[in-house]
Design a protein around this ligand. Structure first.
Ligand code: GMT
Length: 377
């Protein structure tokens, strides 16, 4: 099948899922065309059946805001016609589903049917899309997608709660390619470069936005390091980073916290991590937790949104209420204080991650694509 994928090309989870999905579909013989404003960060292998089409938005002094949606929908029309694209899969409703719908309508004028699948990822529903400024357009584009999927049951419930949705929402969870981690490619983890043998390594990865509650990450670690030898790896960049650095200084733990910036070596970092902290305010799924789990890292997270669908309380880690730093620190210590317990949680984390193996999830997407091909609005 010839499929166009629209996503954000940045480090956010929705772009990662879209890219990994496209690459996996290409491996199964589909022809994939990514259409976005720059090459997606995880897209490192362009080939004859994996293409990237850049959306340019020329600056024009009259415009205070450059019309990206317009450029994207025009680009989609051109790519669909040039490459005989059969299906459009947009990730993140804003503005992709809206631009996709416009492309669909323009193509319909020329007698071309382009079925559109929209995958909802989280903040397009829970934070941004729900704002009155966007709500009518988001509702409209969800209702006018041929098939809508959400990455967790919780996100489906939120969508139905916040918007007047008349079509079915199918839950297809995010996934991970477990086979990539089977051959022990990362046995040389170079853990010793990061910490002493006796120190436990705690990791947090995100885009350091307010919703991730970065201050809680630091506060949980502060409690942990009072009891055991430990280091904290902070991976990512974003608006809360400066605050986090200040808090680390204020708590006098700068010698135990490393800010590693945005990294392309996530698996390498996770392979030497013992525990992953994700104390988010909201999280539709928590792909970063799943990436940690497949690397055998135990999870301390909040119980918000889709996190309980990923992190199994008492098995792969523990869940606590948002903001309950003391409970999260106590649970972390329960796991870290005893090596046997830690080993058990690490192994469990890997086993739970296997439920989300791409082998199980890919057929669900292929099935909806087949169904979408037979729909016309
Ligand atoms: O929250 C982020 O870090 C980025 C955001 C995005 O849209 O890229 O992530 C959302 O989609 C991910 C992939 O489906 C989910 O794993 C994240 O939980 C979700 N983020 C939120 O709901 C806050």
């Amino acid at each position: 099948m010839k499929i166009a994928i629209v996503c954000y090309p940045t480090f956010g989870g929705s772009g990662v899922v879209a890219t990994e999905l496209g690459l996996a579909l290409a491996k199964r013989g589909h022809e994939i065309h990514f259409v976005t404003y720059s090459q997606p960060v995880r897209l490192d292998q362009l080939s004859s059946n994996v293409r990237f089409h850049e959306v340019h938005v020329p600056e024009y002094p009259l415009f205070h805001y450059q019309p990206y949606e317009l450029a994207l929908s025009s680009k989609l029309v051109n790519v669909v016609k040039q490459f005989d694209i059969e299906l459009l899969h947009v990730h993140y409703a804003i503005p992709h589903a809206y631009a996709g719908y416009m492309a669909k309508k323009m193509l319909a004028e020329e007698g071309i049917n382009l079925p559109m699948v929209t995958t909802l990822h989280g903040t397009d529903i829970t934070l941004v899309g729900n704002h009155p400024f966007y709500k009518p357009a988001v509702t409209f584009s969800i209702n006018n997608s041929d098939i809508v999927t959400s990455v967790s049951k919780s996100l489906k419930e939120d969508t139905l709660k916040f918007f007047k949705i008349r079509n079915e929402i199918e839950v297809i969870p995010n996934f991970i390619d477990c086979s990539k981690y089977d051959n022990k490619a990362f046995t040389d983890c170079q853990r010793e470069m990061m910490a002493d043998n006796k120190e436990k390594i705690i990791t947090h990865i995100s885009n350091f936005r307010k919703v991730k509650r970065i201050d809680d990450v630091i506060k949980i670690f502060y409690e942990i390091q009072k009891e055991i030898d430990a280091k904290l790896m902070m991976v990512g960049e974003g608006p809360e980073k400066e605050m986090a650095e200040d808090l680390v200084d204020e708590l006098n733990i700068a010698d135990k916290v490393m800010f590693l910036g945005q990294s392309h070596e996530i698996d390498k970092i996770l392979c030497f991590s013992d525990l992953f902290l994700l104390p988010s305010e909201k999280e539709s799924f928590g792909l970063s937790a799943l990436e940690a789990m497949v690397n055998g890292v135990a999870i301390i997270s909040t119980n918000t949104g889709g996190l309980p669908e990923v992190n199994q309380n008492g098995i792969s880690g523990y869940l606590s209420d948002v903001g309950d730093v003391q409970a999260m620190a106590a649970n972390a210590l329960k796991i870290l204080e005893n090596d046997e317990t830690l080993e058990k949680f690490k192994n469990n984390a890997r086993s739970v991650a296997e439920k989300f193996d791409i082998k199980n999830v890919m057929p669900l997407y292929e099935d909806i694509y087949q169904r979408a091909l037979h729909t016309t609005l």
